[in-house]
Design a protein. Structure first.
Lengths: 261, 177
């Protein structure tokens, strides 16, 4: 898992590390947010499903942190639990708390569909350890997509739920677009094939797919303002909600740094 | 690498076949298909190392560490090489098609529906095909196809929950990935 990339320049290696950190942090943080539903999801079956999906995401984050650790020579746990809130690079979409069920489904639908487009591209990466991991993750993520598609349609079929879903989507679109914020020195990664396509082109493909589904269900796509908003700080903006979650998920690690069990 | 005729290979496979899957102990790690392969290699110090590739079923499977430990521990007891190294790899993706025929029969006998063969196939298959695939599962108790998916997410990452309308039994399926 921790193979070194094929003799990349330091700058390319740094850009690759930034790309990996962003994806790993996305999976890690959304995994922790949604794990909050464990025990209190709308019904027992969903309790199991949400918990299982969250466990998948945190597992994916772990594998990505291991790849990153192999590049930078750090320890994967130290990357996951040792940074201050401002050091995380997840998209702004993951700054929001879980809120109500419709909000959770709206966020996860936007995330899963974007992640699917991103993973498809990464499975063609010239950085083989990443291409292999992305191909493996895609097989698992299909179940997430199927599950979220089911929930989206179910909520859209009920007037009250649909209104909540629509309002959550309107609140989230701008921050969801930040999933495809350009990575620093992205041109190097695109040239080397580590990132086979620019984030802009992935974003366009995702928007086309998702807008069609939401449009059919009478749910809102991004507003012109959402689309015009800059995404430069899309992976560096942090909120008090995230600072709170960070306190929760680093609590055990912070109680005894470097402990093993 | 050693020649195919190395008698130690059969010994290693037999030892690995004694290690049960930590979450579904009815089948071994060999029957589960998580052993990608192994090789005897010369170390720089002049000794010999037995290196085993372990393929995780699910990336986030919490049983991975237990499997790594058990495989290493079992093979060290064989004393066939100076060192034993077990490494995780995604170079060969584990898919549910890797579960052997014997493994599938043992799953069924212990109340688990085995995953469909070539269920999802190459990642080029459109995602929409998944719904058709997961809906065709035979009941491990009565063999009926009159079953429905209750939850694609079960008690562990690799298990889904179904219900048989004929014998009215809930049952678990080893998920097709």
């Amino acid at each position: 898992m921790n193979e070194a990339p094929r003799d990349p320049s330091d700058e390319t290696q740094n850009a690759l590390a930034q790309l990996l950190m962003g994806i790993a942090d996305d999976e890690f943080v959304i995994g922790f947010w949604d794990s909050e539903w464990t025990g209190i999801a709308p019904m027992l079956e969903e309790d199991v499903a949400t918990s299982s999906i969250s466990q998948d995401e945190i597992g994916h984050a772990r594998a990505l942190y291991e790849l990153l650790a192999g590049l930078t020579g750090q320890d994967a746990d130290a990357i996951a639990f040792g940074r201050a809130p401002e050091g995380y690079r997840h998209a702004a979409l993951m700054n929001h708390p879980r809120t109500d069920w419709a909000f959770t489904i709206a966020r996860r639908y936007l995330y899963e569909t974007a992640d699917a487009v991103r993973l498809e591209a990464l499975s063609r990466s010239s950085y083989e350890p990443l291409a292999q991991l992305a191909a493996k993750m895609r097989r698992e993520e299909r179940y997430h997509l199927m599950h979220l598609d089911t929930w989206l349609r179910r909520l859209a079929a009920d007037a009250d739920a649909k209104a909540r879903l629509a309002s959550a989507l309107r609140a989230l679109w701008k921050d969801a677009l930040a999933i495809f914020s350009p990575v620093p020195s992205e041109d190097l990664l695109v040239r080397g094939g580590e990132l086979p396509e620019p984030m802009d082109s992935l974003r366009a493909r995702w928007l086309e797919q998702v807008s069609a589904v939401l449009g059919d269900l009478g749910l809102p796509g991004p507003s012109p303002d959402d689309l015009a908003a800059g995404t430069e700080d899309g992976r560096t903006r942090r909120t008090d909600d995230f600072r709170w979650l960070h306190g929760e998920f680093t609590m055990v690690a912070a109680s005894e740094r470097g402990a093993t069990w | 690498m050693v020649a195919a005729a190395d008698p130690r290979e059969a010994v290693v496979w037999a030892a690995l076949d004694e290690i049960p899957d930590p979450e579904i102990p009815a089948i071994s790690v060999v029957e589960l298909g998580v052993i990608g392969g192994f090789a005897f290699e010369r170390t720089t110090g002049g000794g010999e190392r037995l290196t085993v590739d372990l393929l995780p079923t699910f990336v986030g499977c919490p049983a991975i560490d237990v499997m790594l430990e058990q495989v290493g521990e079992r093979l060290r007891r064989l004393r066939l090489a100076d060192e034993v190294a077990v490494r995780l790899t995604f170079a060969i993706p584990w898919t549910s098609d890797r579960i052997s025929t014997e493994g599938r029969e043992k799953l069924r006998a212990s109340g688990f529906a085995p995953p469909g063969l070539s269920a999802i196939g190459a990642p080029s298959v459109p995602d929409g095909d998944l719904l058709n695939v997961v809906s065709v599962v035979n009941c491990p108790y009565c063999g009926s196809r009159n079953t429905t998916l209750e939850n694609a997410f079960g008690p562990t990452l690799c298990r889904a929950i179904y219900h048989c309308a004929d014998c009215r039994q809930p049952f678990e399926q080893f998920k097709a990935v």
